[in-house]
Every structure is written in C-alpha cells, then in structure tokens.
Design a protein around this ligand. Structure first.
Ligand SMILES: [Ca+2]
Ligand SMILES: [Ca+2]
Ligand SMILES: [Ca+2]
Length: 368
C-alpha cells in the first residue's frame, strides 16, 4: 500500500500540471518525515442517491504531494469501501479519481477532502460521486453539457409514473435469430420503468435487476458467446390508438438508449417520430429519424439509465393519455436478441403483441 504509482497516462500528467499551477507554494503542511507510526483511512463511496458504489476509483495524496500525481489509486469493494492501511500519521488529501469523475482540476480541488491520519486510529471519510455521467447524443463526453439536467430529470421522474415489471421474465420470441434459451443477464432484466416530463424534455428511466458493466471486458461471456450490445426501447402510442402509427405496435414515437462494447459508436440514443407507414426497410419507418440534443444519464456502472429527449417534434404533453410499449434487448455474437424483456403484465407475453401499458403523462402513480 505504500508504493508509489509510476505509470500514469499523458492525460493525467497534463492534469497534474494544472494541479501544480493551482497549488504552487502551498504544499508545506506535512510532518510525515518525522513520524514513524501508522494509522489508517477508510473511504466509503456513495452516489447521488446515497447508494454504495463499488469499484469507484479513489485517489490519495500526502498533503505535501497534493500538487501532482496521486500517491495511491485504489478501488472500492462491493461494499463501496476501500481501506488504506499502514499510512504514516500525518496530513492527507483524498478525492475520487480526477480523471474519471471531474472535468476540471478546479472542480476536483474544490471537492477534495483534507484529513489527518492519527497513530493507531482509522479515519473514516465518505465521498459522493459528484454528478451523474451524462452522455450527449453519441459523444462519449463524461460531463454534463447542460448543468442541472440530472436534477431536472429526478424532479420530473418523481412527479411521473412508475410501471413495475416482473423479474426473471425474459421472453423467447421464437424468431430463429434469437436465443432459444435464456441467458441470465440481470442488467438486461427490466424491473421498473419511470416516465415523466417537463416543459422541455421527456424523461424515461429504466431500472434493472443488475448493474451495467462499466468496463467493456466485463460484459457477459456465456458458452462461447458474448454479449456486446444492449438497447432500451420505448414506443409511445401518442393517440392511444393501436390502429394508427408504426404498424407493428400502432405507436407514433420511438425512444431508444443503449450501449455497444468495443466500438467508437458506444452510446446510442435518440428518437424517431412521425411514422411513414412503411415497415421495411427499418430506416424508412419514420419521417424524423435523428434529433440532436438527447442525453443518456448513468447506465454504465449503474442499475439504471435515464434517457432525456427534447419534446421538440413530439406531440406529447402533461395530462395526455398514451400507450407505452417497452422492450429491453441484448445482442450477442450468436443472437440478434440474446435476451428480450418487454414491459408487460401478461404472464405469457409475446413480442408480436407489443403489450401497451396505458398511462396519463405526468400522473404521479405507480402501476403494477
Ligand atoms: Ca423484467
Ligand atoms: Ca397510435
Ligand atoms: Ca417483462
């Protein structure tokens, strides 16, 4: 635990230079050299909703080294904790990974915690993930380009409608390109769909029976097959009339979120609207096919993902009765649909039925 880390990326070094500039002349506070006894530091990491965060990257410096690269980098365990034992008593600074959780050095410095380790004592510190990761359109930017978006989403969703789905209820579609059995992939098993809106955006939150892998190498590998793609689709029947709209579901609008591993085009989100009446080819199903300004919040490393979609172009408003059709699908090397879950109260739902759940937009209600 006392070893220094030498292999740091060029980007980290660049950031370290920024840190160095900010803290010049302010690094003479340590008394570590004269102290030969140890204490410990336990860091606990939670997210914005106070859930524990495992595998969170925690950086630790001695106070005198805070101007540069961290002295230690460690990751929280499944209880959201990491113990730095055998630290010399003295002054330290602890932060979540500057690279992973902050956009600027200034932001990280403002939230770093300065603490003192005492001999034979354990100091406890809680760090909170500073904000949700927000992905704009298909870019992989880590930071929200729209301040307050996460808070807005939570407000609209808490005032909106929750629809509960069963667990372990993947369907076998019967299509030949689909998984004839069921892979046990909890993070693709929908357990709740929340939907809300405000004057600007529609918000859709998908809760899962598991956490999305936050590293491409950790996606499930099963019997020589490998999951490499997840998509969350919500179709809205805006006139609550299944005989109008996109033929398969009678819906008028499609919202999609997802992630693909090992590609430059990781994040997939957007919406389509104004059905043409053409079912194939798929790209001709809607007049409006791409809309900029959509966002995806969380997802990787979380058991939920939130889609934020501009109401522009949509015929949706508070108080409107609509039908909701939702599917969660994963893609593997062997199967177009390696898992398929649909939001349904039917004990034997089928893909073709496209079960629609009727809701009133903006109604604060739980449906199960
Ligand atoms: Ca489910
Ligand atoms: Ca319709
Ligand atoms: Ca289901």
């Amino acid at each position: 635990m006392k070893g220094k880390l030498f292999s740091l990326s060029f980007t980290v070094l660049l950031l370290a230079i920024v840190f160095s500039g900010c803290y010049e002349g302010n690094n003479n506070t340590s008394n570590i050299e004269s102290n030969t006894q140890y204490g410990a530091l336990e860091v606990y990491v939670i997210d914005r909703t106070s859930n524990i965060v495992s595998n969170a990257e925690v950086w630790l410096w001695t106070e005198e080294n805070f101007s540069g690269n961290p002295d230690w980098i460690e990751y929280t365990n499944t209880s959201g904790k990491i113990l730095f034992s055998d630290l010399y008593a003295g002054a330290y600074v602890v932060s979540l990974s500057v690279m992973k959780y902050f956009d600027t050095a200034e932001e990280a410095i403002a939230q770093a915690i300065h603490t003192t380790i005492k001999v034979n004592e354990t100091t406890f510190i809680t760090l909170q993930i500073p904000t949700q990761t927000i992905f704009e359109d298909n870019k992989t930017s880590k930071r929200p380009s729209l301040p307050g978006l996460y808070e807005r989403a939570l407000t609209a969703l808490s005032n909106g409608t929750k629809i509960i789905d069963k667990l372990d209820d993947f369907i076998i579609t019967g299509h030949e390109e689909n998984n004839p059995g069921i892979y046990p992939i909890g993070f693709a098993d929908l357990k709740e769909l929340d939907i809300g809106l405000d004057s600007t955006y529609l918000y859709i939150r998908y809760w899962f029976n598991g956490t999305w892998p936050d590293n491409d190498s950790n996606w499930p590998k099963i019997n020589g097959d490998e999951i490499h793609d997840i998509a969350c689709n919500t179709f809205i029947d805006t006139d609550n009339n299944p005989s109008t709209g996109y033929k398969a579901d009678g819906t008028e609008e499609l919202f999609t979120l997802g992630y693909k591993t090992n590609t430059d085009y990781h994040f997939v989100h957007g919406y389509k609207c104004d059905p043409t009446g053409i079912d194939y080819p798929e790209e001709e199903r809607y007049y409006v096919n791409e809309v900029n300004g959509t966002y995806m919040i969380a997802g990787l490393g979380y058991d939920y993902v939130i889609g934020v979609f501009p109401l522009l172009n949509l015929s949706l408003s508070v108080g409107q009765t609509v039908g909701i059709v939702t599917s969660i699908e994963t893609v593997s090397y062997f199967y177009v649909h390696s898992t398929f879950d649909i939001l349904s109260f039917d004990d034997n739902p089928s893909f073709e039925l496209g079960d629609s759940v009727e809701i009133i937009l903006g109604e604060n209600r739980t449906i199960s």
